[in-house]
Write a protein that binds this ligand. Structure first.
Ligand code: HSE
Length: 406
């Protein structure tokens, strides 16, 4: 018998409990018994078949017998204190909490090691896609060169709906919230922080170094409007929030930003809440992982698989979060092709400035009054950023932004 205590009974918690109940036969030799479920408001669970073990008391929760504590409440606090307490009590811990692992991973894995227990986190990145196990186990013989991924279901859902159904940003976000994809505070999703936390976790495992998620160059999707989709379509591209990291000479380039990807590319075909991770290993070459990155049962399935590993004594040591800190590079020295959207009362002047600064330019659209969209080819992203910065000093300038074309 394995005694399990669960913190949180929201979207992921209810998915996990559904799977525990559904798979009882598979575990008939080693029954899973839920001994306690910690929630904020007991009234919501009056009809649950597990209502007998539901509690709002932290003390009562930790005094219930358990072999494994599963944290699916999300957020940093009080999840951090609960997980720390569970590890100190020598319980194995399973968590779906990317904020927690990205922020306190180094401390929590150390604590797990000191207490001779396992801390597992498959559901923390890319929902239902098994990606932590491949990186920590299956690909052990490889050095990873690069990660390119869509790691946030909510933003991918919003971008898909805005493009294919012409939904407004607000309508698409509301739908993602109703479907249980978004965070309690969806700012984490739309500002790109959630993707950055997940990228930091994957990068840590892939490059065996410690990453601070807020060292990553992050741009969310809040500035994307219908004209961006119009320009992207003119170039036969789709807009995706891409999380990327790869080895370069002086360190590891990492970024999360909206990027125009060719509509024939793999990432362009990843729609709605689906996530994708493309890994490049030095021995295996390219690997692609695709699946639902958010939602009750996909994420519940990843938590359940960690629980199953613990029940079957399959433990993996994770020490990457305690290794030396990565030298994070924000601007890669590689070609940067992009669309520049310049708002100005003197469009000809803006076009001339682009001509003076870039070798190849192509005007994409001038149909919106006071705005020009220009495709430019440049040798570095830093140079484009500097160009945009300098435009601010021009008399007729109103606003400018770039959209990178992969
Ligand atoms: N809000 C997250 C997402 C949930 O949309 O991807 C899964 O981590």
């Amino acid at each position: 018998m394995t005694k399990v205590a669960i913190i949180g009974y929201g979207v992921v918690g209810s998915g996990l409990i559904e799977l525990i109940d559904k798979n009882r036969e598979k575990h008939s030799k080693n029954e899973i018994v839920i001994t306690s479920i910690l929630v904020r408001n007991k009234d919501k669970y009056i009809d649950s078949s597990h209502r007998e073990v539901i509690t709002t008391s932290v003390e009562e929760f930790f005094s219930a017998e358990s072999d494994v504590v599963i944290e699916v409440m999300g957020g940093l606090h009080p999840a951090y204190d609960y997980v720390k307490n569970a590890l100190l009590l020598k319980k194995h811990v399973v968590t779906a909490n990317k904020d927690l692992i990205a922020t306190f991973g180094h401390e929590l894995f150390q604590l797990a090691k000191e207490n001779n227990v396992s801390l597992k986190f498959e559901a923390a990145v890319a929902g239902g896609i098994p990606i932590i196990k491949p990186l920590t186990e299956s690909l052990y013989g490889n050095g990873i060169n690069s990660i390119q991924a869509i790691l946030n279901g909510t933003t991918n859902f919003i971008l898909t709906k805005m493009n294919s159904e012409s939904l407004s940003y607000e309508e698409a976000l509301k739908e993602a919230q109703d479907l249980g994809f978004a965070e309690a505070n969806p700012e984490s999703d739309v500002m790109g922080y959630d993707s950055a936390r997940k990228l930091a976790i994957l990068s840590s495992l892939a490059f065996d170094k410690k990453f601070q998620w807020n060292d990553i160059s992050i741009e969310g999707i809040t500035d994307i409007d219908e004209n961006d989709f119009k320009y992207a379509n003119k170039l036969n591209c789709k807009i995706k929030l891409v999380a990327e990291s790869f080895k370069c000479k002086s360190g590891i380039y990492t970024s999360v930003k909206p990027i125009l990807v060719d509509e024939q590319s793999i990432l362009a075909k990843i729609d709605n809440e689906v996530n994708a991770v493309i890994l490049n290993g030095d021995e295996i070459g390219e690997l692609l992982f695709v699946g639902k990155g958010a939602g009750k049962l996909p994420t519940g399935s990843a938590v359940y698989s960690d629980l199953n590993d613990i029940i079957n004594n399959r433990f993996t040591d994770v020490d990457s979060f305690n290794k030396e800190e990565a030298n994070v590079i924000k601007f890669a020295s590689k070609t940067c092709n992009c669309i520049l959207r310049i708002k100005t009362s003197n469009i000809d002047e803006a076009i001339n400035k682009c001509r003076e600064n870039f070798n190849n330019i192509k005007i994409i659209d001038k149909s919106i009054s006071g705005e020009v969209a220009i495709f430019i080819e440049c040798t570095s992203e830093a140079y484009v950023e500097k160009f945009i910065e300098n435009l601010k000093n021009e008399d007729n300038y109103e606003d400018a932004k770039k959209l990178i074309v992969a």
